[in-house]
Design a protein around this ligand. Sequence first.
Ligand code: ADP
Ligand code: ADP
Ligand code: ZN
Length: 215
Amino acid sequence: MKSKIYVLIGPPGAGKGTQAKNIANLKDFVLISTGDLLRENVERKTELGMTAKSYMDKGELVPTDLVARMIKANIKANIGKNGFLFDGFPRDLSQNTLLGEMLKEFDLEVDKVIYINVKDDAIYERLTNRRVCPKCKRVYHMKYNRPKHDEECDDCKVSLITRDDDKLDVIKKRLEVYHSLTQPLVDHFEKIGKISRIDGERTPREVEAEILSVI
Ligand code: ADP
Ligand code: ADP
Ligand code: ZN
């Protein structure tokens, strides 16, 4: 059977990472999160990571060719699996063209794009209170999704961290980038009838239930 290809799109802080991890587990999909992959490279201080970091710290997109290399290796290694869930890729029209080309090699195409929408004003509160587990990458929020023990991952028992790019000025820049480069991609998928729009300003459970109902 052909692998199903799903893409999660939404502004920074929409809840993509939170949902992606759960959905991939529940549906046994291969999760490809470019943000997590890039941050892993930054941590390991690879050449790719060092170059990527300078863009990430400013809230700009990392050049597509760098991201493309990571993605391609990942698709190839997992071909034949149940399905793929992309979180954070494609991020603009050119990356979408590239993804189309990569998938075509395996006679695959994007089946559906899940667009999680959250308004800009809610995003600042979400991102300034976000914490992540450095080990398993699980996402927490100090108000809406607290860890059981103060600032410690429930699963790994290690201290949670704040992402370097979750600072007000960088969040602002990421939102600008989102509106100018990613929003046109949403419009494109809308035009070709592949979008399911989901209101992200509800509880994580409600958002999850709606995603499950469309995939
Ligand atoms: P993204 O991957 O889209 O940037 P995250 O999944 O990291 O978003 O979520 C951003 C922040 O918002 C995190 O702190 C997360 O715990 C919190 N969050 C995620 N979904 C919701 C929700 N439905 N309601 C309130 N807060 C949420
Ligand atoms: P968020 O959804 O909260 O913005 P991500 O983890 O998806 O966070 O992305 C964090 C940063 O990593 C982005 O601001 C960008 O610099 C880089 N990045 C992630 N995915 C891509 C991509 N597909 N293309 C270019 N840069 C990316
Ligand atoms: Zn953890």
